[in-house]
Design a protein around this ligand. Structure first.
Ligand SMILES: Cc1ncc(COP(=O)(O)O)c(C=O)c1O
Length: 493
C-alpha cells in the first residue's frame, strides 16, 4: 500500500516503493505512479493536448509544470469543460489559473502530486479509493475525442457521413461476418433482426429467463409470442436441454443470449436449430469478442445483435449493430432501419420501416473503440484476476464456473455470486462507501408484465438472487478492490 514519501524523497526511493506497489501500468495499479509523464503538461501545451492527456490517463486530471518540472497547478477536465462552455477557454495553459496543489498526505483527491523540496514533481499518486466508483464507465481517450471533434467540425452529425460505413466494416471484421448494419441500440438491432427474418404474429420465439428485458421485448414488438426457458447453471444461458422441451410447431426462432460475456453452446444449439428448422438470432449485447468452438459469437446465428450502450466493451453511447453473412438479410435490415426506403429512389417506401439509424458522430466513436477493444478486454480480464485473488478469502463468494476448453468468455462486468440473504446488505454497505455494485438481471418470470409467458425457471431464479456485478473500468485500482473486500468482510463475516 501507499507508503508516505517525505518531501525530499528522491526518485530511487520512489522506484523501490512503486515496485512494492505493483507499479502502475493501466488498471489494477497500486496507488503510486512513477510514470508521471502521463500526468504532466507544460505551460506552453495547448488546451487540446491537456484534454487528451487527462482523457488518456483515465483520471481527468493533469499537473502543469514549467521547464524545471516545478508544479504550477492542476488542470481538470471538469474545469476545462466549464471554460469551454463559458467561452473563456484559452488556447494554451500559459494563462490557465494556477491553483496550489496539495500533497497526498493532506488531500483526499484521487490524483495528487509528490514533490521534492524544491517543488519539482517526482511522482503522482493515484488513489481511486477516494472517489465514487460506478459499476461501469467507458474509456474515452484521445482517439475518440479527435474523432468526435473532427466529425463535429465536418457538420456531418446525423446519419449520413463516412464513419457509419467505416464502423460497420470494422466491427463486422472484428466479429468475422460479411455485413454489419449500425442502428440506434441493441434493442433496435434485435427488433430489426426478427423482422428481417419474418417473425410475426403466430410465431413463437424462445428466449432465456435470465437476460435484460430487451431480448423479450423485441419479440413482443413483432407481435410474436415469447417462450421463456430456464438457463444452464454453468453457462448461465439457454442450452439445447432447456430449449428442446419448449419447442412447438409454432416455434420459429431462438435467441441465445451470451450472458455476462459467457458464450452459449452455439455448436449444439445450431445443430438443434438445423434439425428443427429454426432461425437463430444471437443476442451478443454483452459478449463482444467472446468465442465458442473456435469462432466468435455473432458468427453462428442467421443474424447477431450487439449493443454499444455506455457500459459495453465497444460503446457509442447508445447504439447497436446487426451482423450477418447473408446479403439478403443485411439489405432488409438496412432498409428497415431507414423507414423502409429504397436507397436508390428518393422517398419511395417498400416496407413500414423505422428510424433506427446511428449518427455519424456515434459511429466515429465506435470506429475508434473497435480499434482498442483488445486492450479493453485485456484490462477487464486483469481486473477479474485481481478480484479473484483478493476476494478468494471469502468461501461463500463464488466466481463464475469455468467453461469448457472450446469456450473463451470475455469479462464484460466482473460477476460474483454471494449468499442471497446478504446481497442487499452488501450493495447498501458498498453504496455508503461510494461504490456501486449491481444485482444480476431480474428473471423475466418474476415480473408481472411478462406473466402470460411465465414458466418454472429454478436455475435462473437461483442465479438472479445471488449474482452481483462488481465495478469494471479504468476507475478500479487496488484501493477500490480493497474497499470492496472490506465491504464483503464487514457484511459476510
Ligand atoms: C442481453 C442484452 N440484450 C439486449 C440489450 C439491449 O441493448 P441496448 O441497451 O443497446 O438497447 C442489452 C443491453 O444492455 C442486453 O444486456
Amino acid at each position: 500500500m501507499y507508503r508516505s514519501v517525505s518531501p525530499a524523497a528522491d526518485a530511487s526511493a520512489l522506484v523501490e516503493t512503486s515496485l512494492e506497489l505493483d507499479a502502475v501500468d493501466g488498471v489494477g495499479a497500486g496507488s503510486l505512479v512513477i510514470d508521471r509523464d502521463r500526468f504532466v503538461c507544460k505551460r506552453s501545451d495547448s488546451l487540446l493536448s491537456a484534454i487528451e492527456k487527462c482523457l488518456d490517463n483515465g483520471t481527468g486530471d493533469c499537473f502543469i509544470v514549467d521547464d524545471e518540472d516545478i508544479v504550477f497547478g492542476r488542470v481538470t477536465l471538469e474545469e476545462i469543460a466549464g471554460a469551454i462552455l463559458s467561452g473563456t477557454a484559452p488556447a494554451d495553459l500559459m494563462t490557465w489559473p494556477m491553483t496550489p496543489v496539495s500533497s497526498p498526505e493532506t488531500t483526499r483527491e484521487c490524483v495528487s502530486p509528490l514533490l521534492d523540496a524544491t517543488g519539482r514533481l517526482i511522482a503522482v499518486r493515484v488513489d481511486r479509493g477516494s472517489e465514487f466508483v460506478q459499476v461501469s464507465r467507458p474509456h474515452l481517450g484521445h482517439r475518440e475525442f479527435r474523432a468526435v471533434l473532427a466529425t463535429f467540425l465536418s457538420s456531418w452529425i446525423s446519419s449520413r457521413g463516412p464513419h457509419i460505413a467505416e464502423f460497420e466494416e470494422a466491427f463486422a471484421a472484428f466479429v468475422g461476418t460479411r455485413h454489419g448494419v449500425a442502428v440506434t441500440s441493441g434493442t433496435a438491432a434485435l427488433h430489426l433482426a426478427l423482422l428481417a427474418l419474418g417473425i410475426g404474429p403466430g410465431d413463437e420465439v424462445i428466449v432465456p429467463d435470465l437476460t435484460f428485458a430487451a431480448t423479450i421485448n423485441a419479440v413482443c414488438y413483432c407481435g410474436a409470442t415469447p417462450v421463456i426457458v430456464d438457463v444452464d447453471p454453468v453457462r448461465w444461458t439457454m442450452s439445447p436441454e432447456t430449449i428442446e422441451p419448449a419447442l412447438s410447431v409454432r416455434t420459429k426462432a431462438i435467441i441465445p443470449v451470451h450472458l455476462y460475456g459467457r458464450p452459449a453452446a452455439m455448436t449444439p444449439i445450431t445443430q438443434l436449430a438445423q434439425r428443427r428448422g429454426l432461425l437463430i438470432v444471437e443476442d451478443c449485447a454483452e459478449a463482444h469478442g467472446a468465442r465458442h468452438d473456435g469462432r466468435n459469437v455473432g458468427q453462428f446465428g442467421d443474424v447477431a445483435c450487439f449493443s454499444f450502450y455506455g457500459n459495453k466493451p465497444v460503446t457509442t453511447g447508445e447504439g447497436g449493430m446487426c451482423v450477418t453473412n447473408s446479403d439478403t438479410l443485411a439489405t432488409k435490415v438496412r432498409r428497415l432501419r431507414s423507414h423502409g426506403m429504397l436507397p436508390d429512389r428518393w422517398y419511395w417506401h417498400e416496407a413500414i420501416g423505422f428510424n433506427y439509424r446511428m449518427t455519424n458522430l456515434q459511429a466515429a466513436i465506435g470506429r475508434e473503440q473497435v480499434a482498442t477493444i483488445g486492450e479493453t478486454l485485456k484490462r477487464n480480464d486483469r481486473l477479474q484476476q485481481k478480484y479473484r485473488k483478493r476476494l478468494g478469502e471469502f468461501p461463500c463468494v463464488r466466481f463464475p464456473p469455468p467453461l469448457g476448453a472450446d469456450d473463451e468468455p470475455i469479462t464484460w462486468l466482473v460477476c460474483v455470486q454471494v449468499p442471497a440473504p446478504s446481497r442487499e446488505a452488501i450493495i447498501a454497505t458498498a453504496r455508503e462507501r461510494d461504490i456501486e455494485l449491481r444485482p444480476f438481471f431480474t428473471p423475466l418470470t418474476s415480473m408481472p408484465i411478462y406473466r402470460e409467458f411465465w414458466r418454472d425457471c429454478p436455475q435462473s431464479a437461483g442465479l438472479a438472487a445471488t449474482g452481483l456485478n462488481l465495478p469494471t473500468s479504468d476507475a478500479v485500482d487496488d484501493k477500490v478492490i480493497e474497499k470492496i473486500a472490506g465491504v464483503f468482510r464487514d457484511v459476510l463475516t
